[in-house]
Design a protein around this ligand. Structure first.
Ligand code: GCB
Length: 614
């Protein structure tokens, strides 16, 4: 048994994708690059004919019928049973479901193909192929050779392109994208959201110097007493670098606006640092101050915009820069409802966060997976606190070590990509996972892993709770390990009617801040009736009124709420033919972009809460 377990772990570790996060290049936004977004060709391949031969084993690299190859037919006698054509094109980034009716409910393999010319490279420059995300499994081939594979639908990855693989013109790039759901993946088979498939985020060639800063973290030193630091106007900054390879040089860190310039020694290919900074303005929702930061290695400079803040749990409170905060949150799926597609760009991010701002929210829960980087960049600049989560959702196979490794890999990729975003204050390791010994061990493992990787944020998860009219006692054993106790609450929607809430009391077994990571009720935008009629806007409004009354009786560790959800979203689980039609209707904004009545109920509460905490 143990032997079998060890083999299973080794297999996972040895797979090409297991180490992907080690090589992940961060802040591609500010690096030399060539976009490969745009029009690609596709082949739909539900039987994976391009990948497996007729005995169902993986095709050989040179097999002319493998879809990563595309030999020209020699003449009219030649038989060729695949090909890429101008008649079959698809846009990248984007999900496939929204691009053509034939994709609407499709789950399976689609081959993506495009050509690109070799970009102009200076001497010693290197080339990497970077994907913002592909849902779920990607096999990447260039000029008939496999570059690598990656699993995980919401996190970035990259592969180096060796120069000898490149030709000057017409490099043939193919990606096999497969979004089939599987029991032993993360997420698993069952989710309450649409399984949008495709190359859903940006694709680019990233051009780097020979040796370069691959990953870094730069933040306020978590252990400093922030009140003292504020008084003295002297802050400790710390962090680390990971270079692509070992170097004897130093790295220079500059923050020109405050005249800071520090040199950091490198140890092998890593460096850690710690220094003082004066005159810093701290980042907060009220003052989302970002500083331009420059990192220079071997005369190559990489810039970023970074905010400095300290978030911490102090007893029952959450402190931001030493001050108690209340999180006026809202949950968001990465979806643009009116167009029924995944959100993919800055405009989309600003549209969603703009609505959150109109609600007077200061926080968003990006459910239930890491959203694209435009979202966290926008949150940084708009001053919106972020809860970012991995899709460890509901009934993951908690008994499997291989699944735990997959979850950890996604956690790493999420943290590495966004660890310099001041807005991100919570890493969530999962949502509503059913209590069992195996589950708590699995989830504890993720919490500890996140803490080890990043001590500058709170770690949480939406815990389990049974709701009833009496006292809801939150004692999910996972709460012992998370920094804050977060629960999803639907009393009055699932079971009972909203008025039942008023009498309902809440207590936590843990002396930690209490956060409501969801609460909500469905309504069809534009459908009006008396408040007791389900699916009416009035019912949803009533639900919010009662919920917010209940919140007033919360114990004093109540520190925030993020109702479910900003906008209606697609879900194949929602099949009421009159009111849902494949949509989860708990949005405060409907699928056409119209605000429902409950939007204003919540806004009023947030206006009040804002004043209370001023
Ligand atoms: C939940 C889940 C969320 C669902 C929501 C609902 O508790 O976390 O993913 O969409 O409830 O609408 O039931």
């Amino acid at each position: 048994m143990i032997f079998k377990k060890i083999i299973a772990i080794l297999l996972v570790l040895l797979s090409a994708s297991a180490f992907a996060q080690e090589n992940l290049i961060v802040n591609t936004h500010n690096r030399k690059q060539v976009s490969l977004n745009g029009t690609w060709h596709y082949i739909i391949d539900p039987y994976e004919t391009g990948f497996y031969n007729y005995r169902y084993t993986e095709k050989g690299e040179k097999d002319p019928e493998a879809y990563w190859n595309n030999p020209e037919p020699h003449g009219k006698t030649d038989r060729k049973e695949h090909g890429y054509s101008e008649d079959y094109t698809i846009q990248v980034p984007g999900d496939w479901n929204s691009q053509d009716d034939i994709f609407k409910y499709y789950e399976g393999t689609v081959w993506y193909q495009r050509d690109f010319d070799k970009p102009k490279l200076e001497e010693n420059e290197r080339l990497f192929l970077y994907f913002g995300a592909v849902n779920y499994e990607a096999h990447v081939y260039l000029n008939g050779k496999k570059l690598g594979m990656h699993k995980g639908g919401f996190t970035p990855f990259n592969f180096e392109i060796p120069q000898e693989m490149l030709q000057d013109k017409g490099n043939f790039l193919v990606v096999k994208v497969d979004n089939k759901r599987h029991a032993d993946e993360v997420p698993t088979l069952n989710t309450d959201w649409w399984n949008y498939g495709g190359i859903t985020r940006d694709v680019k060639l990233v051009i780097t110097p020979q040796n370069f800063i691959q990953q870094y973290a730069l933040h306020l030193e978590q252990s400093q007493d922030i009140e003292k630091a504020k008084k003295r106007k002297k802050y400790k900054i710390s962090g680390h670098f990971k270079l692509n390879s070992a170097s004897e040089e130093k790295i220079t860190i500059e923050i020109p606006e405050i005249g800071l310039k520090e040199k950091v020694d490198i140890n092998g290919s890593e460096a850690s640092f710690n220094f003082d900074a004066k005159k810093l303005e701290l980042w907060s929702p009220k003052n989302p101050k970002l500083y331009e930061v420059k990192f220079t290695l071997n005369e190559n400079t990489l810039t970023d915009k970074i905010g400095f803040r300290k978030v911490e749990v102090s007893g029952k409170d959450v402190l931001l820069n030493g001050e108690k905060i209340f999180m006026r949150g809202i949950c968001i799926h990465e979806e643009i409802a009116p167009e029924v597609r995944r959100a993919t760009n800055t405009a989309d991010a600003h549209k969603l966060l703009g609505w959150a701002k109109e609600l007077n929210a200061n926080m968003v829960r990006l459910a239930h997976y890491p959203h694209n980087e435009y979202m966290t960049r926008a949150a940084d600049s708009l001053g919106i606190l972020v809860w970012s989560e991995i899709p460890v959702y509901w009934t993951i196979n908690f008994k499997s070590d291989a699944v735990l490794e997959k979850a950890k890999k996604q956690l790493d990729e999420m943290i590495i990509r966004d660890q310099n975003k001041a807005s991100v204050v919570i890493w969530s390791v999962g949502n509503e996972t059913p209590v069992s010994e195996a589950r708590t061990e699995f989830m504890k493992n993720l919490v500890m892993h996140a803490k080890e990787k990043d001590d500058t944020r709170m770690i949480s998860a939406a815990l389990e709770v049974g709701y009833n009219r009496g006292t809801n006692y939150i004692d999910d054993p996972l709460g012992e390990y998370t920094d804050i106790v977060s629960v999803n609450e639907y009393l009055g929607w699932y079971g009972d009617l909203p008025h039942a809430k008023v009498k309902s009391k809440w207590e936590t077994a843990y002396n930690k801040p209490l956060f409501f990571s969801e609460t909500g009720a469905g309504s069809k935008g534009g459908f009006h009736a008396d408040k007791e009629t389900r699916w009416s806007e009035e019912f949803q409004e009533w639900y919010f009124e009662e919920t917010l009354k209940m919140m007033e009786n919360m114990p004093d560790n109540y520190m925030g709420i993020a109702p479910w959800i900003l906008v209606d979203f697609r879900s194949p689980k929602r099949n009421n033919p009159k009111y849902q039609e494949g949509w989860n209707r708990k949005g405060l904004i409907d699928d056409k972009g119209n605000k429902k009545k409950a939007f204003y109920t919540l806004k009023e509460y947030y206006d009040k809460k804002e004043k209370e905490f001023e």
